[in-house]
Design a protein around this ligand. Sequence first.
Ligand SMILES: NC(=O)c1ccc[n+]([C@@H]2O[C@H](COP(=O)([O-])OP(=O)(O)OC[C@H]3O[C@@H](n4cnc5c(N)ncnc54)[C@H](OP(=O)(O)O)[C@@H]3O)[C@@H](O)[C@H]2O)c1
Length: 252
Amino acid sequence: MAQRSLMVVTGGSSGIGLALARRLRERGTDLLLVARGADRLAAAGRALACDTLVADLASAEGIAALGERLAGVERIPVLVNNAGGPFRRPLLEHDPDEAREAIELLYLAMVRVTAVAWPGLAAARGSIVNVVSVAGTVSTGSAPHYAAAKHAAIAWSRGLHVEAAAVGVHVLTANPGPVATAAFPHDRLRGHRWLRHTVIDDTRCADTILRALERRRAESYHPEWWRAATVAQAIAPGAMARLARRSRAKFG
Ligand SMILES: NC(=O)c1ccc[n+]([C@@H]2O[C@H](COP(=O)([O-])OP(=O)(O)OC[C@H]3O[C@@H](n4cnc5c(N)ncnc54)[C@H](OP(=O)(O)O)[C@@H]3O)[C@@H](O)[C@H]2O)c1
């Protein structure tokens, strides 16, 4: 049966995605949450009284299942491309599988999900929020495959912003710094006397993302001062590399 309007949040069962879904649901919109883990997803669906879809978005089957679910939806006012996880294996382990898996989930899943949601997004002249990361422009060696995939995602998202605007679809590239969530607990940062202040919670991250979306910004950082790190990476890569080496020697 055809459904008139549906917002979609990938990775909506936890962390930033769940916090964004909660806020969108408070506005009374119909919502679909997508993730792999059935129990956690069902709990989120019950709490928010919204639809859920169990799908691994890094797989062709998962994308096909989402495409099937969205086929009867006339308008998609908001798509949040947020599903993700950490990829922390050191580069010197030379693990091409981890590199591929990071690209499949953190970059290609965004591309594929956007493709299957596109007819509904275009019909609604809707908005896409791509949850990328400060790691999309800064690479300090702590999660190199993660950073590489996020670099790909940010380049794609910036390009999509320009092309989609031509048909009335707005694209926000949202770049959080450290946010304490299930897959990214940031225990070491949170245990540090000063650095704990760099970690925010998922609700604050979601609220600032939605504020940036309402203002129809092209790109945002959460908190906004992380933008300074991306400028430093661009204009002083040598200094950033020295800083990263020093911090690795100190904190491991
Ligand atoms: N937390 C941070 O410090 C931080 C900073 C910058 C950017 N980010 C980005 O923010 C996004 C959300 O992360 P989070 O911190 O909120 O982590 P989280 O609480 O662990 O949430 C991740 C969500 O993605 C889902 N997911 C993971 N792999 C999936 C797959 N293959 N297919 C479908 N869903 C999948 C998870 O559910 P299942 O595991 O059940 O599938 C979960 O719902 C990620 O893209 C992450 O890279 C996070």
